[in-house]
Ligand binder design. Structure first.
Ligand code: URA
Length: 283
């Protein structure tokens, strides 16, 4: 490579990274729309909805591309991923009989129903004190969380820490997790299917941690856990009832710190929410 092409390649990579393309899955782009050999039945089979035995998926046209070069991050398509419904059912099965948070972490580590596991570096399970009265649930890990294996350690995590400190709390007095425990590529918003697949795990995590108060950070977390349709601007600051499986607890949705970083004027409303949380905790 000449210095010029080397520089151009570096600039292109920097551009991709900036645009959120940070999970390479193959050396050559593949135009699936142009692939006429991919029939509807083969596609159904590839996504796990066909009637053919799973073993046949290995001969699907999805496998006809060249084998991955050594060391490349190309995933194997030899086993078709389960359909979202089948994966959600597998998740519900996986949490049955789980009695401790350690068992839950191990069950998540062994769970292959969510495709995000394949592109994330590692599982991001939780941080803080599982005995805390307050549990906070965000959306999904970002780049920093994926690297460290802990939720809310990046820029929005630092803001969350400051907001918690302002009401006399820190990571020894709160328990923090996410709806989705694997980073979506490029920090994209998780799809509703991905959230539904992971929902049984976070529900069991809340049940086992057994907090007195649950706080959902951002619309997707509130919609997934509290079952509300309205956006976060309408729902934030209101108390909801959440059934943990053991008991009813109070739950509130507030703005996600990443949103507050982009819209600092909304911090005054978030501050109001945090004061209400402080009061509910009796501190
Ligand atoms: N945003 C989230 O929702 N969760 C994290 O852990 C980090 C950023």
């Amino acid at each position: 490579m000449t210095p010029d092409t080397d520089k151009a390649a570096r600039e292109l990579l920097a551009f991709y990274l900036e645009a959120g393309v940070d999970a390479p899955v193959g050396e050559e782009p593949v135009d699936r729309f142009a692939d006429t050999s991919l029939s509807t039945s083969a596609l159904a089979e590839a996504v796990g909805e066909g009637s053919s035995p799973v073993g046949e998926a290995a001969s699907s046209p999805l496998d006809s591309r060249s084998p991955p070069s050594p060391g490349s991050a190309t995933p194997s398509f030899s086993a078709a991923p389960p359909s979202p419904d089948a994966a959600a059912m597998a998740a519900r099965e996986a949490v049955k009989g789980i009695a401790t948070l350690e068992q839950l972490r191990a069950a998540l580590d062994a769970f292959d129903g969510c495709a995000l596991k394949g592109t994330a570096k590692q599982l991001v399970f939780a941080d803080g004190n599982p005995q805390a009265k307050l549990m906070i649930v965000g959306e999904a890990p970002g780049r920093d969380e994926d690297i460290e294996g802990l939720p809310f350690v990046g820029r929005s995590g630092k803001l969350l820490d400051r907001m918690l400190n302002a009401i006399g709390l820190d990571r020894t007095t709160v328990y923090i997790a996410n709806i989705i425990p694997w980073r979506p590529p490029g920090n994209r918003t998780p799809t509703p299917q991905e959230s539904q697949i992971c929902l049984p795990f976070i529900q069991r995590q809340i049940e086992l941690a057994d907090p007195d108060i649950l706080v959902c950070l951002g619309g997707p977390s509130a919609q997934t856990l509290l079952g509300i349709r309205d956006g976060i601007t309408k729902t934030r600051g209101r108390w909801f009832s959440y059934h943990t499986g053991k008991r009813e607890i109070r739950a509130m949705a507030t703005f996600h710190p990443a949103f507050l970083l982009r819209s600092p004027l909304q911090k005054r409303l978030a501050w109001r929410d945090f004061l209400a949380i402080k009061k509910a905790l009796g501190i």
